[in-house]
Write a protein that binds this ligand. Structure first.
Ligand SMILES: *[C@@H]1O[C@H](CO)[C@@H](O)[C@H](O)[C@H]1NC(C)=O
Ligand SMILES: *[C@@H]1O[C@H](CO)[C@@H](O)[C@H](O)[C@H]1NC(C)=O
Ligand SMILES: *[C@@H]1O[C@H](CO)[C@@H](O)[C@H](O)[C@H]1NC(C)=O
Ligand SMILES: *[C@@H]1O[C@H](CO)[C@@H](O)[C@H](O)[C@H]1NC(C)=O
Ligand SMILES: *[C@@H]1O[C@H](CO)[C@@H](O)[C@H](O)[C@H]1NC(C)=O
Ligand SMILES: *[C@@H]1O[C@H](CO)[C@@H](O)[C@H](O)[C@H]1NC(C)=O
Length: 303
């Protein structure tokens, strides 16, 4: 509002200037506006009137980013984001009278050889998935055309190679205990930034067994257990425990990628009796919660 009032006053002053030419000084437009490589905007001064100041407007994409009135014919604009076209408009003002504006529309280019570092890398597991995010300085955000992301998994031979336009990626189905290495490069104009690497290990989790099969006769109970597979949980499995009210057993496990089912055979039992037992698995995260089971042995078949 204040700005519009100033213009109205300037027009009024201009009208008066016709009849009182000696008392009103209309400042000449500023001379050539220039933006140097260090991000300093300069213009040649308007010198025909006393105590001239300059109104500087900076517009981008049709909207006003900055407006100020300054005394010196220069303005540091180096903190503006690179890789955008800015409209720098300068109007000389003397004693409330605005001269004609002059403007320069020019791209603010990234100086050659500038590296765009990746900052604040963050990885967050969300249920079975993993969100990774990173940032670059906001001054470079209009420059980057895409990011190249390489995801190395500690077991896979080939990294996953991706091109993403946003600074993040949602990786589905990550296995517990997997150690990932992420290499990120930002590309802009015709160049690329230095590749930066980050490591992340998916937190460990216990491996809860599930019952596949139960077979019993008068004196034996056989159970088959499947373990969480390697693509779900890579934490190293070491043993399966069977804790019963009348027996205990430990099955040591030599972990392999195949993770075959574990057969548990409990023999020497009494016929026609109910047995209660708990089965749990130990891995690098600890002992899992137990699966509780109640199985009745068969009566002796006298036939
Ligand atoms: C630049 O800004 C000035 C002042 O706001 C405006 O008069 C001019 O039309 C603009 N030029 C372009 C190319 O946007
Ligand atoms: C850009 O990437 C190329 C290979 O793609 C690499 O040789 C070069 O060193 C990279 N440039 C920078 C500045 O990291
Ligand atoms: C990332 O992990 C790799 C392999 O697991 C290792 O060689 C490297 O030193 C780790 N880097 C960091 C920064 O932890
Ligand atoms: C239980 O397993 C043992 C050993 O593998 C086998 O000899 C026996 O026949 C099985 N019993 C039943 C009821 O499946
Ligand atoms: C199985 O585990 C449950 C819960 O921890 C416990 O209450 C129960 O006594 C256990 N049963 C056996 C046979 O150890
Ligand atoms: C089985 O192990 C549990 C816990 O380790 C123990 O409390 C229980 O007495 C043992 N049962 C037998 C029959 O040995």
């Amino acid at each position: 509002m204040a700005h519009q009032a100033t213009i109205a006053f300037a027009l009024l002053s201009f009208g008066i200037a016709a009849s009182f030419a000696q008392t009103i000084c209309i400042p000449d437009p500023v001379g050539e506006i220039d933006l140097n490589a260090a991000g300093v905007l300069t213009w040649s001064a308007s010198e025909n009137c006393p105590e001239t100041t300059y109104r500087v407007l900076i517009g981008v994409d049709g909207s006003r980013l900055f407006e100020n009135i300054i005394r010196q014919p220069l303005l540091e604009v180096s903190s503006l984001p690179y890789c955008r076209y800015y409209n720098y408009s300068v109007t000389a003002i003397s004693d409330h009278v605005l001269g004609m504006e002059n403007y320069l529309v020019t791209p603010y280019e990234l100086p050659g050889g500038t590296d765009i570092p990746i900052r604040n890398f963050r990885a967050a597991p969300v249920e079975d998935d993993l969100i990774i995010e990173w940032q670059t300085d906001h001054r470079f955000s209009y420059c980057i055309s895409f990011y190249h992301l390489l995801i190395y998994d500690d077991q896979a031979e080939q990294p996953q190679s991706l091109t993403v336009t946003r600074p993040g990626y949602f990786k589905e189905n990550v296995a517990s205990c997997t150690n990932y290495r992420f290499e990120i490069t930002s590309y802009y104009l015709t160049t690329n930034s230095t590749t930066q690497a980050f490591n992340f290990t998916v937190p460990e989790a216990t491996n809860i067994p599930s019952l596949v099969e139960v077979r019993q006769d008068a004196t034996t109970i056989n159970t088959t257990w499947s373990l969480e597979k390697y693509h779900q949980n890579r934490c190293e499995v070491t043993a399966l425990y069977v804790n019963g009210d009348r027996f205990n057993a430990t099955y040591p496990i030599e972990d392999t990628r195949e993770r075959p089912n574990v057969q548990v055979s409990i023999s020497g039992l009494r016929a026609n009796s109910m047995y209660y037992f708990n089965v749990s698995v130990e891995n690098s995260a600890g002992v899992s919660e137990a699966v509780q089971l109640a199985v009745q042995t068969l009566p002796i078949d006298w036939s």
